[in-house]
Design a protein around this ligand. Structure first.
Ligand SMILES: [Zn+2]
Length: 334
C-alpha cells in the first residue's frame, strides 16, 4: 500500500494539506482556560475523558509536556470516589468509562503509584471497582451499578485492568464468549448479541479480543471486507452502511483494521487528506467533517487516525489501547 509518511512525501497537492501541529497544541492547551465559555460547562460531564483525549493527542503530537503534570494528576485523583471508581469531575458519580480514562491518564503520566500514595485504596481498589461491574451471568460489563451491558464497557474494563496488571480479577473466558455472541454474519460486531454491526462496536470487541490474546477468533478477511467498505469516495470513513463520514471513524475503523493486519485494505492517502480537511488551520483542532466546529474528541481521534497511517510528525499510537505505543510497550513489557 502507499502510506502517507516518508520524507518528501506530501499528501494531496493542495497547499493546506499540512498538519498544523503548533495550532493543535495551542488549541488543546487552552481548553482548560476557557471556563467562561458555555461549551466548557456543557461538557463538564466529559471532563475526565476530555483530559485523556487532550493528553493523548499532545503526546502523539510530540508535546507531552504541554499540560502541567502535577495539576493533571491532582485533577484525576480529585475525581475518585470512595468505591474506588472515578467520576467525570469532582463530585460526580463513578462510572467505568471515566475510571478507564483515569487509569489511562495515570499510566501515560507514569503516575500509577500516586494511587497508592494519595488515592483511596491504591490500584487494587480501582481494579476491584472495575471487576465488580462484570455481569456474572453473561461475562459482559455494566458501566455503573445500574447500567446496561455494552461491549464498550467490556473493552474499557479489559483496557484498564490489563494496564494495571490485574486482568486476572475477571472471568476473561466468559467475556470472550460473550463477544463471540455479538459477531454478525458480515464478520462485524454489534453492541449486544443480535444488534446491528457498527464500527465503534467492532473496535471495542476486536480490542478486547486483542487484549485477551484471542484475535484468532476473528474472521479477519470477512471483517476486513466490511471495514474497508466504510471508506467513501471523499476518503472519509463511516460507522455503518448509508451513513455520513466522520473523522472519529478514522480511529474506530482504522484501528480495527490495524489490529487484524488489514489497514492496507483502505486508501490511506485519501483518508489522511480527508482528515486534514477536517482541521481548523487558523484556530487549531479537528471537527467531524470539513468546516464543522472543532472539539477535543474529534481532535484526538483524527490525530490518532493520522498516527495509524504513519503520518509524518505524529508519534506512533497503539491501535489496541489508543495510547502512545512507547507508553504501552513500557507498561505492558511488550
Ligand atoms: Zn465522530
Amino acid at each position: 500500500m502507499s502510506l502517507v509518511s516518508g520524507p518528501g512525501r506530501a499528501v494531496g497537492s493542495q497547499a493546506d494539506q499540512t498538519l498544523c501541529v503548533p495550532k493543535h497544541v495551542e488549541y488543546i492547551k487552552n481548553l482548560d482556560s476557557r471556563r467562561d465559555e458555555l461549551e466548557y460547562w456543557l461538557t463538564e460531564h466529559l471532563r475526565l475523558n476530555g483530559v485523556y483525549w487532550g493528553l493523548t493527542a499532545l503526546h502523539l503530537l510530540a508535546s507531552p509536556e504541554a499540560l502541567p503534570r502535577a495539576e493533571t494528576i491532582d485533577f484525576v485523583l480529585s475525581c475518585q470516589h470512595e468505591n474506588g471508581g472515578f467520576g467525570a469531575a469532582p463530585g460526580h458519580d463513578a462510572h467505568l468509562l471515566y475510571t478507564v480514562s483515569a487509569v489511562q491518564i495515570l499510566v501515560t503520566l507514569d503516575a500509577v503509584d500516586e494511587l497508592e500514595k494519595r488515592g483511596l485504596g491504591g490500584k487494587q481498589k480501582v481494579a476491584n471497582y472495575i471487576a465488580g461491574l462484570q455481569d456474572q451471568a453473561t461475562g459482559s460489563f455494566k458501566g455503573d451499578e445500574w447500567g446496561e451491558l455494552d461491549t464498550r464497557f467490556l473493552y474499557g474494563a479489559f483496557n484498564a485492568l490489563s494496564l494495571l496488571g490485574l486482568l486476572d480479577l475477571v472471568d476473561v473466558a466468559k467475556a470472550v464468549a460473550y463477544i463471540q455472541k455479538c459477531e454478525n454474519l458480515d464478520g462485524a460486531y454489534g453492541v449486544c448479541p443480535g444488534a446491528e454491526s457498527h464500527a465503534g462496536q467492532v473496535f471495542t470487541c476486536v480490542g478486547a479480543l486483542a487484549i485477551a490474546g484471542r484475535l484468532d477468533l476473528v474472521d479477519k478477511d470477512r471483517l476486513g471486507g466490511w471495514l474497508s467498505e466504510r471508506q467513501l469516495d471523499n476518503g472519509g470513513l463511516n460507522g455503518r452502511p448509508e451513513k455520513l463520514q466522520d473523522a472519529c471513524y478514522s480511529w474506530w475503523v482504522g484501528a480495527s483494521l490495524a489490529m487484524i493486519d488489514r489497514l492496507h485494505w483502505i486508501d490511506g492517502d485519501k483518508l489522511a487528506a480527508y482528515l486534514l480537511r477536517c482541521q481548523d488551520p487558523a484556530a487549531g483542532g479537528f471537527g467531524d467533517r470539513p468546516g464543522n466546529m472543532v472539539d477535543v474528541f474529534h481532535t484526538h481521534f483524527a490525530i490518532a487516525g493520522l498516527s495509524l497511517l504513519k503520518f509524518e510528525g505524529v508519534e506512533e499510537v497503539d491501535p489496541i489501547y489508543c495510547m502512545p505505543r512507547a507508553i504501552t510497550m513500557k507498561t505492558l513489557h511488550k
